[in-house]
Unconditional design. Structure first.
Length: 353
């Protein structure tokens, strides 16, 4: 077939129009598909996710909630910070029950003790409310996921740091908080590492300071009196470190104080070389991942794994353990861990937001 110039021009214009139409349709389809895909990770504005903690005024929780809150905003949902100001399992259980009564979309929980929360978490699951634990765990419960730093690795690092500084030989003590899952793991790993790798290091005494600075202060004074050659003391949390560091300073014997977790006072003591060292879980990752996992558990239709969970009516969103990592806090980098400075940088009201 032969085309005249006019017909050829018309044909080319027609092809161009058809191509543009097809391209426009493809773009429109892709845009709709993309929007649909994007909307999969946007919740209902009325969805409310709660954080529940014990000793709610402890600074550790604040950066965790800050990033839970940020993840919530990105997902288009609400978040609320709750808990009990006391170190009391019954009061935390009561606050957990109050949250359940509000029928939340999910709960990010730091359980004070593991076993008392097994039954409440089971009821939450039966109500369709996912629970993700963080920091401390309830391993025998039906929680959806557990987000924390590697507590065993923290204990191992602390043991190596102390033993190396003492030349692999000397006496050490432990201040502990029995019954709290993550603290128990840190202490067990610390002692286990000393026994396995540092036979010249001797555990001479241990005491339960239970996160009380005054108890820790008095305990270290007593320990030093009974063991004049005491070279170091380890504790799995920050509050005891404040009391222990003050006692070590007054004793003037160069007792190394090493702890996990931080607050402004501990940071000041690290900068003043009154605390030998500290490890701090990456709290922001803990909160952000915790909120994300809760959202995925609530919106389990987003997940279609190759297993029998859906057929059995089981929520396919199950993550046994997420490691949020930890930081080593020293005199050189301590300034980056102050909560007040962090809030100002973010222009945030913290847990009051």
């Amino acid at each position: 077939m032969r085309f005249t110039r006019e017909k050829e021009s018309l044909f080319k214009r027609g092809v161009k129009r058809a191509a543009v139409s097809v391209l426009t349709a493809c773009i429109a389809f892709s845009t709709v598909a993309a929007e649909k895909e994007a909307n999969g990770f946007v919740g209902d504005p009325e969805e409310t996710y709660y954080m529940n903690v014990f000793v709610s005024g402890v600074e550790y929780w604040f950066p965790v909630y800050e990033m839970m809150k940020q993840a919530g905003k990105k997902l288009g949902v609400k978040t609320v910070y709750t808990g009990t100001p006391e170190y009391d399992v019954n009061k935390q259980l009561a606050s957990f029950e109050q949250i359940l009564a509000r029928k939340p979309a999910g709960i990010l929980l730091a359980p004070i003790n593991p076993d008392p929360f097994v039954e409440p978490i089971k009821r939450a699951r039966e109500m369709g409310i996912p629970v993700v634990t963080f920091g401390a765990d309830s391993p025998n419960s039906e929680r959806t996921a557990y987000v924390t730093s590697d507590n065993e690795r923290e204990g191992i690092y602390a043991a190596d740091a102390i033993a190396e500084d003492m030349g692999g030989k000397g006496e050490y003590a432990v201040l502990e908080n029995p019954g709290q899952d993550n603290h128990d793991k840190r202490v067990a790993a610390f002692i286990g590492r000393m026994e396995e790798k540092w036979p010249g290091m001797k555990l001479v005494t241990r005491a339960a300071s239970n996160q009380d600075p005054t108890k820790a202060y008095n305990a270290l004074l007593t320990m030093s009196q009974a063991h004049p050659n005491l070279g170091a003391v380890f504790m799995p949390e920050a509050n005891s470190a404040m009391g222990a560091a003050q006692a070590a300073k007054e004793l003037g014997k160069g007792i190394r104080v090493f702890n996990c977790d931080i607050n402004a006072k501990v940071l000041d003591m690290i900068k003043n070389e009154e605390i030998f060292g500290a490890l701090n879980p990456n709290q922001g990752v803990q909160g952000f991942m915790g909120m994300t996992l809760l959202f995925l558990a609530k919106h389990s239709e987003l997940i279609d794994p190759m297993n029998d969970h859906v057929a059995k009516g089981i929520n396919p969103m199950q993550v046994p353990y997420v490691d949020n990592g930890f930081s080593i806090v020293t005199k050189e980098n301590a300034e980056h861990f102050y909560w007040d400075t962090y809030m100002k940088r973010r222009e945030s009201k913290g847990v009051r937001d």
